[in-house]
Design a protein around this ligand. Structure first.
Ligand SMILES: [Zn+2]
Length: 271
C-alpha cells in the first residue's frame, strides 16, 4: 500500500517514490546535514548523509506536484551562496567602490519548500509525538497544512516561515547546514528549524503564537536572542554605512507588484 502524507488532498498516484527528505537537487551543494531533535538524536546533533535521508512518505503524483518548490529552494541557496561570496570578496578589498547588488526571491514557493521539508522530516524521521493540529492520523499532517503546502491557499498566521536574525549578525561560513525539530511543553512537534550557511529559518507548525522563549532557542546556543520575523521582506548587508547588497523577498499580497526589483539567482553575474 502506498504511503503518502498528501493522500487526503486528492487521488494518489500509482507508485511509491522513496522521497528524499531534502530535495535531491541540493545534494551537489551538501553531502551531509546535522540533525537534532528526533528520537534518535534528541540531545546531540547527528551528522547524516543526505542521500540516506529517504522515506516512503509520498506517491509519485504528489511528489511531482511539489517539485517546483525544489527549484525555489535551489534558487535561494544559489543566492545566499552568491551573497556570501560577494561579501568575502568585498571584505578583502574594503576601499574599493562597489556597486550595491539586489537579489529577488519569491517567498511563497520557498515557504512551501520549507513546509514540505518540515512535513517530510516529521513523517519520515519518526516524529516523537503526534501532529498538534489533529491530522487524519497521528502520523499525518493536518489537511489545511497539506493544502497550503500544495499552494491551494496561504499558511494562516502564525503558521509559516520565520527568519531568525539579529541586526549586525554575520552570515556564513559557507558549508554548515543543519536542521531539527523542536517540541512544545507536551512534547508535540512545534516547529522545524533550518540553518544554511549562517542563515536561520524556522517553520512554525502551531496555531498559537511563538512563545518568547522556546527551543531551539534553549538548546541551540547560537539562536538565543534572535528575533523571529514572519515573511521577512529583506536581508541587507552594509559596508561603511553604504548598502552593499540586499535580498528582497516577494510575498503574494504583501509586496505591491513590481516593487521588488533584483537579480534572479540563476542570472547573477560578477559585480
Ligand atoms: Zn499521494
Amino acid at each position: 500500500m502506498i504511503q503518502c502524507w498528501a493522500s487526503e488532498l486528492d487521488t494518489c498516484g500509482t507508485r511509491q517514490t522513496g522521497e528524499h527528505i531534502f530535495s535531491r537537487g541540493l545534494f551537489n551543494r551538501w553531502k551531509t546535514i546535522l540533525v537534532r531533535g528526533f528520537p534518535w538524536c534528541l540531545s546531540d546533533p547527528v551528522e547524516v548523509g543526505l542521500n540516506k535521508l529517504t522515506a516512503n512518505i509520498l506517491c509519485d503524483r504528489h511528489n511531482g506536484r511539489l517539485s517546483p518548490t525544489d527549484q525555489a529552494a535551489q534558487d535561494f541557496m544559489t543566492t545566499i551562496e552568491e551573497t556570501a561570496r560577494l561579501e568575502k570578496l568585498r571584505t578583502k578589498f574594503p576601499n574599493r567602490k562597489w556597486t550595491s547588488r539586489r537579489w529577488a526571491i519569491e517567498g511563497n514557493p520557498l515557504e512551501r519548500w520549507f513546509a514540505k521539508t518540515s512535513i517530510n522530516l516529521l513523517c519520515g524521521s519518526g516524529a516523537r509525538s503526534a501532529w498538534p493540529l489533529k491530522g487524519p492520523a497521528q502520523t499525518r499532517p493536518p489537511i489545511h497544512m497539506v493544502r497550503a503546502t500544495f499552494g491551494h491557499h496561504g499558511f494562516d498566521e502564525p503558521l509559516g516561515l520565520y527568519a531568525a536574525a539579529r541586526v549586525g549578525d554575520r552570515t556564513g561560513p559557507i558549508g554548515h547546514v543543519g536542521c531539527g525539530v523542536l517540541l512544545d511543553a507536551v512534547e508535540n512537534p512545534a516547529a522545524c528549524y533550518f540553518e544554511f550557511h549562517g542563515f536561520r529559518f524556522l517553520f512554525w507548525l502551531l496555531d498559537v503564537p511563538i512563545p518568547q522563549h522556546l527551543s531551539p532557542l534553549e538548546f541551540v546556543e547560537d539562536w538565543k536572542g534572535l528575533q523571529l520575523i514572519r515573511h521577512i521582506e529583506a536581508i541587507r548587508w552594509e559596508r561603511n554605512s553604504v548598502l552593499s547588497q540586499a535580498i528582497h523577498f516577494e510575498w503574494l499580497g504583501k509586496n505591491p507588484p513590481n516593487r521588488v526589483k533584483g537579480t534572479r539567482a540563476r542570472a547573477c553575474t560578477e559585480s
